[in-house]
Every structure is written in structure tokens, then in C-alpha cells.
Design a protein around this ligand. Sequence first.
Ligand code: 8YV
Length: 326
Amino acid sequence: MAIDAFMKPSILVARAVFPQILTLLEPHFEVTSNQDDTLWTPAQLIDKLQGKQGVFTTGSERIDAALLAACPDLKICANMAVGYNNFDLQAMTAAGIKATNTPDVLTETTADFGFALLMATARRMAESERFLRAGLWNRWRYDMFAGSDIHGSTLGILGMGRIGQAIAKRGAHGFGMKVIYHNRSRLDVATELNCGATWVSKPDLLQQADHLILVLPYSAEARHAIGAAELAQMKPSATLVNIARGGIVDDAALAAALKQGVIAAAGLDVFEGEPAVHPDLLTVPNVVLTPHIASATMPTRLAMAQLAADNLIGFLKHGKAVTPLN
Ligand code: 8YV
């Protein structure tokens, strides 16, 4: 469909959003929304995208070559997420479709959550709360729910982008931790100093960390970056935290390692095949499980949605996306 100069472009907001985001979009576009938050099949999404020039997605909508071929009017996909493994970016670029994400606005909130999950895990908060709620607390005991210390320990970070750096600063400057990291590319010296972090090889990271936080983006190479072999290299007292993406950890291998005491505990915000959770993870006590909420504060979710909306307006109305990926 050709858009004439007087016609508003049509867009689809694929999931429920803050009402004020729809109010922001409506003067610029013919907006089809999904405030009931119906989970569409790929075929239904294709159907809804007919005649649409733009789509507001979350990490749950897969945008691939098959969808693009079936949606000839589509020009831009604006993801309300910094991660974009739901996009086949190569196929989008080849088809001339603009892709955008929401970097920066969620960095500090997500780093806060990484630390919260680390502390809840190392200090056994979920496990001990379940014990209390079950009415099992009838006395004090010297080793009751004794966990491991955060302050003064060694924090390992795998992946050292914006969120990794924000976590490093909290660890080094707030908790007096020794911070080590592994990343394909090493940070420059000034950034390392600012974060209080030192680059090490991946085996050194696994062997030296008291607590290991994963914050690397998902890619084919990152799949099962932490599996049985990597877990076996970690300290038996170590905690593992995954706030990156499901699939970076081999969840079955992790559940087995937790059961066998290969590592002490894990905190997981993301899962292979989420929202499904590996059944073995639900039966081990020493794991804290949260439903992909690392960026979930009201101001940050609003800022993410606003940036995704600004990308649609910027690109479809003014020819320039704010945070383009291609
Ligand atoms: C999102 C995230 O909540 O930004 C990301 O990459 O994982 C989360 O902040 C999620 O992807 C939904 O869009």
C-alpha cells in the first residue's frame, strides 16, 4: 500500500502497553493495539501486520524472513527491549527493514536487579522465606541458612557491555569486591579503572569467581556458554546469576549441578524456552527464580516504551530512528 502525503502511516502495537504510549502514538499513526494482551501465533501476527508500516514489539515477537516476506508494507520493527534475539537482524537488513531496540534507559535498573538477585541467592533469601512460610521456624541455629558473603568477595562478570559495567561499579565501589570480567573485547584501561574491573580469561573467571553474573547478549556462540563443563570449573561455594538470556545456561546441567553441590546456588531471571521453566529447577531448593523482571520498574518500563515509540515516530515521520540496530 502506498502512503500518500496526507495519510497517517499504520502501525501495530503487538502487546499491551502503557495507555499513555498509545496516546503518544495516536496523533502520528493509525494505531492497532492489543490492550487485551492476546498472545498471537506467528500466522496471526502476520495477519495483523497486513497494511502496517511499523510494529512495536517486545522480546516475545519473532521477526524473521518468513514474516517479512508475508508483510510487504512493513518498514520498521521497534523492540521494547535492549536484547533483540527475537529479530533476525540479517534478514531484516537484507529486506531493508529498520530494526531498533532500547539501550541505555534500562542499564541502571537492570544492574540493580542483578545485584538484588545475587544477594538473594548468596544469602538464601527465597529458600529461607519458604521455610518460614511453611511454619518450620521454631528455633535459632548457628548454621541456619548460612550463605556466602558479598562484600570483599570476588565478583565475576561474563559479558561487559553497559549493564556489566554498571554491575561492576556497584560491586567494586559499593561492596568492596574484587571484580573480574571476561568479554571478547577488552575494555580500554580508563573504563576498566572506572569500573574497578580486571579482564581475565574465561577459565580464570570460572575458577576465581565467588559469584558469577551473566550479562552477555544471546547469540549462537553464547548458547550454553555455561554448561556442565563450565560449572565443574567453578568453586563449590560459588553462586551463578543469569539476567542475560535463557539458553546461555544449559538449565538441565545447572539443575543437576545444584543438586550435586557442584556449585552452591543460582539466581535465574531468564530461562531456556521461557515462560516454561525446566522442571528440575523447580525442585532444587538452592535456586532463586524470577519471571524475567530485571528491567521491571515503572519508570524504566515507561522509558523503554517511550523510546520504542520515539523510534517509530522518528523513522516513519522524520526518516531517522533514535536507536537503530541497522
Ligand atoms: C525486557 C529484556 O523486559 O531489554 C531486554 O532485553 O530482556 C527486558 O528488559 C524483555 O525483553 C521484554 O521486551
